[in-house]
Design a protein around this ligand. Structure first.
Ligand code: ADP
Length: 400
């Protein structure tokens, strides 16, 4: 049985074909710059064949056609016909308050995704376009939507409400939603397996540190607080996003810098975070670390600010849960930067967190524990795998 996992964005279309029996990725890739010049298709299969080609792809439907012709290609392909795809799992960013778990696509689910267009204008419309294009291309094949927000629908009202007039929540749906839910849920489940303890008995903090960064408190398997908010702009300092901010800075920018809302959005989403703080012309942590090593003080300060905020959240979430059993690091930075893990954990001995520097430095891509024997709290590095999580959730829905 094979499940096609799709992440349809505004200008890119990512896909993975999962073989359920062997739990392997048979082929995966991305169509980049859809609808623009120089559309590029990158594709690889489990035999190790890889190609990067130019393609004429104007929209999502054409992206699917291009991907299908590679998946069924005589030489590079991994299946002979569309019928070998048993189901399709779509990543959908926003499900609002109503969608509490992944769901098979029905007209009601599609209406809810559309109702969330205004909450996620950059993501939900292309996600929906992926669903519609697959319905046309694969009539009769079951499709599921796996929502970034669903895992966080367990947040209690005291955690999701902002200190705003209540009607802005009631009528305008302004509240904390949280994102990266599929990743946080996945790594916490793997952490519980690794710790050989039921997730229902654990208090975990998962740190998803990639280009986008978020941190979640997970108690008894449920998200009880998370750093991203109404949008993915809140919370930690990220690659190019500022994270939490005094909202009065926005009025100040309007009045004193004469910026309009579009310009402020661009500034806070695309020119801030590590990119804006470090001043090395890159949001890639590797470049910033390298600049710091060469003595650029501003780059060092940016890294300190990035780490300091993560530490503050760990303290806050430990307090919110009344204790902590383990911290999980995941995503590009969380998995690959032993230094950032070390900096985050240093000074947290008072919370029972003690890292083993050797184990921490030796992480080789497989889930593992890197705390010292003296540590009361587990410290785990767990590679996230949102595509596998989407495939597994789609499979679960099929079997219900
Ligand atoms: P996305 O959020 O786009 O999925 P990733 O999870 O791939 O992003 O994470 C990208 C980030 O991971 C980049 O900031 C990159 O610098 C960082 N990263 C990847 N490898 C390393 C490494 N070896 N050391 C430090 N940072 C790394």
């Amino acid at each position: 049985m094979n499940i096609l996992v799709i992440n349809a964005g505004s200008s890119s279309f990512k896909f993975s074909l999962f073989g359920v029996e062997d739990d392997t990725v048979m082929a995966s890739g991305v169509v980049e710059r859809i609808g623009l010049r120089n559309t590029q298709l990158i594709y690889g299969n489990f035999r190790g064949d890889e190609i990067k080609t130019k393609a004429e792809v104007a929209d999502t439907s054409q992206a699917i056609a291009a991907v299908m012709s590679l998946l069924m290609d005589e030489e590079l392909g991994v299946i002979r016909s569309k019928e070998e795809i048993s189901a399709i799992g779509h990543r959908v960013v926003h499900g609002g308050e109503k969608i509490k778990s992944s769901a098979l696509i029905t007209s009601k689910v599609k209406r809810i995704i559309e109702d969330c267009f205004e909450l996620a204008p950059l993501h939900n419309p292309p996600n929906m376009a992926g669903i519609t294009a697959c319905e046309a291309n694969f009539p009769g094949t079951p499709q599921a939507a796996v929502f970034d927000t669903a895992f966080h629908t367990t947040l209690p009202d005291h955690a999701y409400l902002y200190g705003l007039p209540y009607d802005l929540y009631r009528k305008d749906k302004i509240r904390k939603y949280g994102f990266h839910g599929t990743s946080h849920q996945y790594v916490c489940l793997v952490a519980a397996e690794q710790l050989k303890q039921p997730i229902e008995e654990l208090r975990l903090i998962s740190c998803h540190l990639g280009n986008g960064c978020s941190i979640t408190a997970v108690e008894e398997g449920k998200s009880i607080d998370t750093s991203m908010g109404f949008t993915p702009l809140e919370g930690l300092i990220m690659g190019t996003r500022c994270g939490e901010l005094d909202p009065a800075i926005v009025f100040y920018l309007m009045e004193h810098k004469n910026l309009n809302s579009g310009q402020i959005g661009e500034l806070l989403n695309k020119q801030s975070g590590l990119l804006g703080l470090a001043g090395v012309g890159s949001s890639d942590l590797r470049d910033i670390l390298a600049a710091g090593k060469k003595g650029k003080q501003q780059a060092d300060t940016a890294i300190q600010a990035f780490v300091y905020r993560i530490k503050k959240y760990i303290g806050a979430y430990t307090a919110a849960m009344g204790g902590l059993n383990a911290i999980v690091f995941t995503a590009g930075i969380g998995e690959n930067s032993a230094l950032i893990r070390e900096m985050v954990c240093s000074g947290l001995e008072g919370l029972g967190i003690v890292l083993d520097p050797d184990k921490n430095a030796r992480f080789d891509g497989k889930s593992c524990c890197v705390e010292s024997d003296k540590s009361k709290v587990g410290v785990l590095v767990i590679p996230t795998n949102e595509e596998r999580a989407i495939a597994l959730q789609t499979l679960e829905l099929l079997r219900k």
